[in-house]
Design a protein. Structure first.
Length: 489
């Protein structure tokens, strides 16, 4: 039984085939492609039709290999969206969440509606690029997109619509918008109207595992393929990644590590209280009635932007080369808060790191290796901070941390994370989001009983590397310095 997972990240996409064989999951990468945003004038946009083209290329590869598909599903990054007009066509390219059109909008909306009222309705972390602020920015700019829009679709919803002709909003992604109310289990009409929009723009919300159509006839005729069922995965890629955490204990902490790092725990009900708002945690929907109590951390984006800056200067590094440079650099030379607003937008990240260090009374890193070490050490130290907050908020004590996602290929970061938190780190699987996408399809078709059977099968199918903490005194001292220099309370 072969199924297909489309897993779209903020920098690349992939199509993976999944098979269940004697109680083990076999995953095969079918197609991988870049996902590069495009700057058009002052706007940073997603090339959504290029992504659709790559999905079609994946389906053609399935055809040419004479593979019989049983189903497929899509997961992607959150918060971004497309708008569909009355004629069923897409109105413009979706904006990238790092575009500047939301600058200052979160503060304005939170001031008008009050932050407490927004959090009480949604339980979602305040981030300047949340969907509510993107839509509010379009409304304040009197965007013709909103004047003509009839349907709101997030990125996986939109690509599913292109493939099936059916429009649905999926739960895990809808929950990230800061417009969905988990207490009423529906879009929050009051919030939507408060930013000047009609609730009619937002459609039916379906749960992960729901069948949301089949490949449309015109697409099958175009590609010369047979139609197959299309399921809703946990379509926020972090929701899929958490579904793939190979935890055997029902109380566990996770870190989905990639362009973004998302750290938290799985809970059965949203945690919406004054402390959660004060700590700026989020309650995002998960698979099978769960919520992800977590905090967004800037992640490897800072390092990726450093690498791009050096490439523009004519110096190219592979990621293993960057890790080697970091390993050879002197430890604990300088530290940054990866979540400082200075690091949110694309640009000259090495220069911004130097600017941050000068602003906080530190000597800037003097070599590229020292810059990389600064970024990776700072991430590991920020992980400790957020893990401690997660324990405080959830009332749980975790024996270690499950790390999943592409970032765990950086074993230095895994080891430094274990050092920083002073606990075991279990790293694996790498393709967490895609594997979570696959298991939701198998649960929907009855091949797996539930998410806990799926996690046991994942544990048996993929290697999990264990990292034990080292150098406790040095890392404890570094954490004190990190808290002091970054001003994190």
């Amino acid at each position: 039984m072969t199924i297909l997972a489309f897993d779209l990240g903020a920098s690349s996409g992939r199509a993976l085939l999944g098979r269940l064989n004697n109680g083990k999951i076999e995953v095969e990468e079918l197609h991988r492609f870049p996902n590069d945003p495009v700057q058009v004038g002052d706007r940073l946009q997603w090339d959504i039709l290029r992504l659709l083209h790559e999905l079609k290329q994946s389906l053609l590869k399935v055809k040419h290999r004479e593979i019989r598909l049983q189903s497929l599903a899509i997961d992607s990054w959150a918060v971004d969206f497309g708008l569909i007009g009355s004629n069923g066509e897409l109105l413009g390219n979706p904006y990238h969440y790092r575009d500047h059109h939301t600058d200052g909008v979160m503060e304005q909306v939170a001031g008008e509606l009050t932050a407490s009222a927004i959090f009480e309705k949604t339980g979602i972390q305040f981030l300047p690029f949340n969907t509510i602020y993107q839509l509010a920015a379009l409304k304040k700019a009197n965007s013709p997109l909103l004047r003509d829009a009839k349907h709101f679709l997030m990125i996986p919803d939109l690509l599913r619509y292109f493939l099936t002709g059916e429009m649905y909003n999926e739960f895990s992604n809808a929950s990230t918008t800061q417009l969905y109310n988990p207490l009423t289990e529906s879009w929050d009409a009051e919030l939507i109207q408060a930013i000047g929009l009609s609730p009619d723009l937002f459609g039916s919300v379906v749960q992960p595992g729901a069948q949301v159509g089949s490949l449309r006839t015109s697409l099958c005729e175009e590609l010369g393929i047979e139609s197959v069922p299309v399921y809703a995965a946990a379509e926020h890629d972090t929701g899929s990644a958490v579904a793939a955490v190979p935890a055997l204990d029902r109380s566990f902490a996770y870190l989905s590590c990639g362009t973004w790092s998302l750290m938290g725990t799985e809970v059965n009900a949203p945690v919406i209280n004054e402390l959660a708002q004060q700590l700026n945690f989020t309650n995002e929907g998960g698979a099978y009635g769960t919520y992800r109590l977590l905090k967004n951390i800037m992640g490897l984006w800072v390092l990726q932007e450093c690498r791009r800056a050096w490439e523009r200067a004519g110096i190219s590094y592979t990621f293993p080369e960057l890790v080697k440079l970091a390993d050879e650099a002197e430890p604990f030379g300088a530290c940054i808060d990866p979540d400082d607003p200075l690091f949110l937008h694309p640009g000259d990240m090495p220069a911004r790191i130097a600017e941050y260090c000068l602003r906080t009374g530190q000597k800037p890193p003097e070599s590229n290796g020292a810059i990389v070490r600064c970024v990776l050490e700072s991430l590991a130290l920020k992980y400790r901070y957020v893990l401690e907050l997660t324990e405080q908020l959830s009332g749980q004590a975790f024996g270690g941390l499950h790390m999943v996602g592409g970032g765990i290929q950086n074993t230095l970061l895994c080891q430094w994370t274990a050092n920083a938190i002073g606990k075991l780190v279990w790293a694996g699987p790498v393709e967490g989001s895609a594997i979570g996408n696959l298991v939701v399809q198998w649960i929907a078709s009855g091949e797996l009983a539930d998410i806990w059977e799926a996690r046991r099968v994942i544990r048996d199918s993929f290697p999990v590397d264990t990292f034990e903490p080292e150098q406790p005194e040095a890392w404890e001292k570094a954490y004190v310095t990190f808290r002091e220099k970054t001003g994190i309370a």
